[in-house]
Design a protein around this ligand. Structure first.
Ligand code: EPS
Length: 394
């Protein structure tokens, strides 16, 4: 199975990540990581920090002569801002921000200063997630699987997107938008809403949709709770800083409808292939991929560092006080699209590896080619009666 660790503080010397479980033989070049790392740094609504950082991952293990070895892939991402902190005497931070890990982290670990919670809980860590996610994405690409994403809503301004969806067109339109929203009219209104929220000394959240294309049916499993892809995706996406809600396809809208209005009718085409005319299931049934586009949506709260002070308690005095502003993003939702894509890519690459097994790309390829694809002829159904057979054990 694929797993990863990250380490490092937001304003410390660097971030470190280790990705374990990659098969051998995957071509990997600096450009494969740079694209997504640069994308994560772009988006209207960022604060001053993104002017300082130029994120680049230095791979230090697990990739030799441009190919993965099967060993853990280790990488380092320098924090350019470190030079501004290395020699600095740190002003005590004792007024926790509502909504941040400041208070909960400090209660949990017994810190003498809130900054220790801030430094590690910071979304700076997502630079490392995106770097390892780019490696997962590179593996998926070998099997024709692509992951993309976009903003559907920020600050209550929602995109109006044509149906049925043309996902590659949506991905491309989102990349051309300052706020990563594929609807140009909504994009302009969102940009204005973010401009206004800066003037109002406040922050905005939004909704992100990430879609995986080209998945074979049958990734994940219905047989046990921790193998259901629905739960694995929800956990991975909800682990991203400021993400407080996840749905698969239009799940909350489905909850308001009748069953006959929700479920995607099964049909067979002229080539004997089982097909769906709709995708309200968002590409998952019974915790497994259907082969339709996988649609994951994430709700991001507004960032908890607000220029307008919020009521809090000063933990040094025990008296009511107000939060102190420290440079931050005003709306990180356009940038968070890339982070959600990374988490989805990591989960899917892990599931693909579980399904195919193998230690190298060469071993995986013929197994992938042999997967059942929802062809009626591939299913061994003979329509005869049968018994459970447990009486043999009584
Ligand atoms: C963050 C606060 C800001 C963001 C940061 C996440 O950093 P700073 O306090 O240095 O201005 O820019 O995100 C990143 C550094 C990044 O690379 O995405 C926070 O408190 O979570």
């Amino acid at each position: 199975m694929l797993r990863f660790l990250t380490a490092g503080e937001s304003h410390g010397p660097m971030l470190t990540a280790i990705l374990e479980g990659m098969p051998a033989g995957l071509p990997l070049a600096p450009a494969d990581l740079e694209r997504d790392m640069a994308r994560r740094q772009q988006g209207y609504g960022s604060g001053g920090r993104m002017q300082i950082e130029r994120d680049r991952a230095r791979v230090t293990g697990g990739v030799m002569n441009g190919l993965t070895t099967g060993g853990p892939v280790s990488l380092l991402i320098e924090n350019r801002d470190w030079k501004n902190w290395a020699e600095r005497d740190i002003t005590p931070l004792t007024t926790p921000r509502p909504g941040h890990a400041d208070l909960t982290g400090t209660i949990k670990y017994g810190y003498r200063d809130l900054r220790l919670a801030l430094e590690r809980s910071s979304a700076r860590e997502t630079a490392a997630r995106v770097a390892v996610g780019a490696i997962a994405r590179r593996l998926l690409a070998e099997f024709g699987i692509a992951v993309g994403g976009y903003v559907t809503e920020i600050g209550g301004v929602a995109a109006s997107l044509p149906e049925p969806p043309d996902y590659p067109a949506r991905f491309a339109a989102a990349e051309a938008s300052e706020v990563r929203c594929p609807d140009p009219a909504a994009s302009a209104r969102i940009q204005e809403a973010i401009r206004q929220v800066k003037v109002d000394r406040d922050t905005l959240g939004g909704v992100i949709e990430v879609v995986a294309l080209g998945l074979p049916p049958g990734l994940g499993s219905h047989v046990h709770y921790d193998r259901r892809l629905t739960g694995r995706l929800a956990a991975a996406v909800c682990s991203v800083q400021s993400i407080k809600g996840v749905e698969i396809g239009p799940a909350f809208d489905n909850a308001r409808r009748r069953g006959t209005q929700v479920h995607d009718a099964i049909d067979v085409d002229d080539a004997g292939r089982l097909v769906r005319r709709s995708n309200r299931a968002g590409g998952l049934e019974g915790g497994m991929t259907t082969g339709e586009p996988l649609v994951v949506r994430a709700a991001m709260k507004p960032i908890s560092t607000t220029l307008t002070p919020l009521p809090t308690v000063n933990l040094a005095t025990g008296q009511p006080d107000q939060t102190v502003y420290e440079r931050s993003d005003f709306c990180a939702t356009p940038r968070a699209v890339v982070v959600i894509e990374a988490m989805v890519a990591l989960v899917l690459a892990g599931e693909l590896l579980r399904k195919l097994g193998g230690d190298s790309l060469d071993e995986m390829r013929p197994r992938f080619a042999a997967l059942r694809r929802g062809q009626v002829d591939d299913l061994p159904m003979d329509g005869t009666e049968w018994r459970f057979g447990y009486d043999a054990w009584e």
